[in-house]
Design a protein around this ligand. Structure first.
Ligand code: TMP
Ligand code: ASP
Length: 242
């Protein structure tokens, strides 16, 4: 899209207000604006706060990562960064499944399997969660997807394969920046019938540990009151943009 065309895109009404992002309509029916907020929540919205400058930092981090994935052949919703907190993206009908990929045991997997955080898995683990706040996003499998008619199973198969390809690419991308990619969450959606990667990839949606010190550089600092939250997001941003 030309710079002139980009500059002429108008932000219209709010379409969707999420916990960390809002989606606005534009004067182009197939394009929307993804606005990144400083608001942070955890434990299905039970814990609330703000992380100063998080919106602007996640906007830049996610844009860089999506650009990298596009260069490597992944189809995504990302089109262009518009300003400090906003990017222009293709409008998606979001598939209500979160795909989590894990390289190292942490978070809910550590709890579920009774393992210490930090245990490196022989092969990545891929999990599906049903996006439903009233249920607290329960973990499900393909049988639930099929029997409860949550989504098309063929889309789920493609999402699982894409998630593993993305993991291979991102593992190296972050490794080169001194970051261990512990785990992350992806969302996909349909745009004119095409399955695209959506949402964001940022310290809100990934676990990033410093490769040398294992220091946490992601939203776990907020979830667990570890301090230096903004500083850690900035550290990730500086390394990602280098
Ligand atoms: P978990 O260990 O809490 O299940 O989280 C796995 C990964 O998914 C971690 O990188 C954080 C991310 N995540 C989200 O992006 N949104 C969520 O609502 C949750 C629970 C996790
Ligand atoms: N984003 C989620 C929430 O607040 C949970 C999390 O990221 O830990 O509900």
């Amino acid at each position: 899209m030309s710079v002139k065309h980009l500059a002429s895109i108008k932000r219209l009404n709010l379409l969707y207000e999420g916990k960390a992002k809002s989606i606005y309509a534009t004067d182009e029916p197939e394009l929307v604006i993804q606005h990144f907020k400083d608001d942070a929540t955890a434990f299905n919205g039970e814990k609330k706060g703000t992380i100063p400058n998080k919106g602007a930092m996640n906007n830049q981090i996610s844009a860089r990562v999506f650009h990298f994935l596009k260069e490597n052949g992944i189809k995504t919703h990302y089109i262009a960064t518009l300003n400090e907190n906003e990017q222009l993206v293709k409008k998606l009908a979001i598939i209500p499944i979160e795909v989590v990929v894990r390289n190292v045991v942490a978070g809910s997997l550590a709890k579920r399997m009774g393992k210490e955080e930090g245990f490196e898995l022989d092969d990545p683990v891929v999990e599906l969660y049903y996006k439903d706040d009233s249920l607290g996003d329960p973990m499900i499998n393909r049988f639930h997807v099929h029997s409860f008619k949550i989504a098309d199973l063929e889309h789920i198969r493609v999402m699982e394969v894409e998630a593993q390809r993305i993991n291979n690419m991102l593992w190296t991308f972050f490794d080169e920046r001194g970051i261990l990619l512990v785990d992350f969450k992806l969302e996909f959606g349909l745009h004119k019938g095409e399955l695209l990667l959506g949402d964001e990839i940022s310290p809100d949606s990934c676990r990033f540990w410093d490769k040398e010190t294992n220091e946490k550089l992601d939203k776990d600092r907020f979830r667990r009151d570890l301090g230096k939250v903004e500083e850690s997001y900035r550290d990730v941003m500086d390394r990602v943009l280098k």
